[in-house]
Design a protein around this ligand. Structure first.
Ligand code: NAP
Ligand code: ZN
Ligand code: ZN
Length: 348
């Protein structure tokens, strides 16, 4: 493989800047993907700034990847050169444990391999993500993309999409259920689209009053500005399920009070400090607080196929890679509608 190009950060403070690195030759079951688009997830920002304390530098972030297959190993069955392929948050796992056997590689007992800043299981190198011109991955960890969908708007499905689709399916969100989505960002707007598509009554919670019209357009039946205590109170004890996709530290109490008896508040947002809550808000309604992480390869493909069938994609602002540092800064100001996606043809 010739040297790969991308944008990397060298430490928790430095901006992303052009960077060259090597990728291994594809093995028998691996493919080479020339990256067309890569979404910008808030996790990329948490990781670039080492907010979870697990970062490795230099780091090329990016785990919402769509591209064209340019090379295939001799035993590859799912792809041929010229096909479109998509890669998400994990690129390998032990492939032997019980969750791997079920296609739930994200729950691999040995730990799955993340798309960037992780130890590659094949050659021990550090994985480099999708803010780059190409990726080498086993076909098991790459997905086919429905032909009817716009590729730039598909990229965010690989993380924001599956991370919200999976818990909404697991907790059986559908007709007759009242469901809350907290935070209208990259994950939140996909959660809203899916919950609406699954037939639930969906209430969007936001700290940004200016997002109200967008939330209604994206499928919300109701929008509540979460700083309005009266508006919050009007929904007390009424929700079957709430999905929290907020990227910053916050209290869960205001949302626990909205749950029905035996209902669940599921966290997908990963602020650098855990959210706080009062135990009385749990015991007085036998409520559960749960968590959920992306999804396995089987469910990710199911989600993509569902999106193809129902014409669901992300609302994106496509940017050249030279604007990535500006995009990070705007993410922190809640100024994105509703996912930045890098057009990789801008990478020279
Ligand atoms: P994002 O696009 O930046 O959206 C986050 C949203 O949270 C904002 O749009 C905002 O919504 C709300 N928010 C931000 N600051 C807030 C504050 N101080 N108080 C209350 N609300 C606030 O981020 P994202 O890419 O959707 O990611 C969201 C979180 O999920 C991140 O922590 C990310 O790391 C995590 N994540 C987890 C998984 C997983 O597998 N569990 C996968 C991907 C990402 P409003 O303006 O509507 O209030
Ligand atoms: Zn992500
Ligand atoms: Zn495993």
């Amino acid at each position: 493989m010739p040297l790969s190009k991308g944008y990397a950060t060298q430490n928790a403070q430095s901006p992303l800047a052009p960077f060259s690195f090597s990728r291994r030759e594809p093995g028998a079951t691996e493919i080479v993907v020339e990256i067309l688009y890569c979404g910008v997830c808030h996790s990329d920002l948490h990781m670039a700034r080492n907010e979870w304390g697990q970062s490795v530098y230099p780091m090329v972030p990016g785990h919402e990847i769509v591209g064209r297959v340019t090379g295939v190993g001799g035993a590859v069955k799912k792809f041929k050169a010229g096909d479109i392929a998509a890669i998400g948050v994990i690129v390998d796992s032990c492939r032997k444990c019980a969750p791997c056997g079920r296609g739930e590689e994200h729950f691999c007992h040995e730990g799955s391999t993340l798309t960037y800043a992780a130890k590659d299981r094949v050659d021990g190198s550090t994985t480099m993500g999708g803010y780059s011109n190409n990726y080498v991955v086993d076909e098991r960890f790459a997905h086919t993309v429905p032909a009817n969908l716009d590729l730039s708007a598909v990229a965010p499905l690989l993380c924001a999409g599956i991370t919200t689709y999976s818990p909404l399916r697991h907790w059986k969100v559908g007709p007759g259920k009242k469901v809350g989505i907290v935070g209208l960002g990259g994950l939140g707007h996909m959660a809203l689209k899916f919950a609406h598509s699954f037939g639930a009554h969906v209430v969007q919670f936001t700290t940004s009053p200016k997002k109200r019209e967008d939330a209604l357009r994206l499928g919300a039946n109701e929008v509540v500005v979460s700083t309005d205590a009266e508006a919050m109170k009007a929904h007390a004890n009424s929700f079957d399920f709430i999905l929290d996709a907020v990227s910053a530290p916050h209290s869960l109490d205001a949302y626990l009070e909205l749950l029905k008896q035996d209902a669940t508040l599921t966290l997908v947002g990963l602020p650098d400090t855990p959210p706080s809550f009062g135990i009385f808000n749990l015991i007085t309604r036998r409520a559960s607080i749960a968590g959920s992480m992306i999804g396995g390869m089987v469910e990710t493909q199911e989600m993509l196929d569902y999106c193809g069938k129902h014409n669901i994609t992300s609302d994106v602002e496509v940017i050249p890679i030279q604007k990535i540092n500006e995009a990070f800064a705007r993410l922190l100001k809640q100024d994105v509608k509703y996912r930045f996606v890098i057009d990789m043809s801008s990478l020279k």
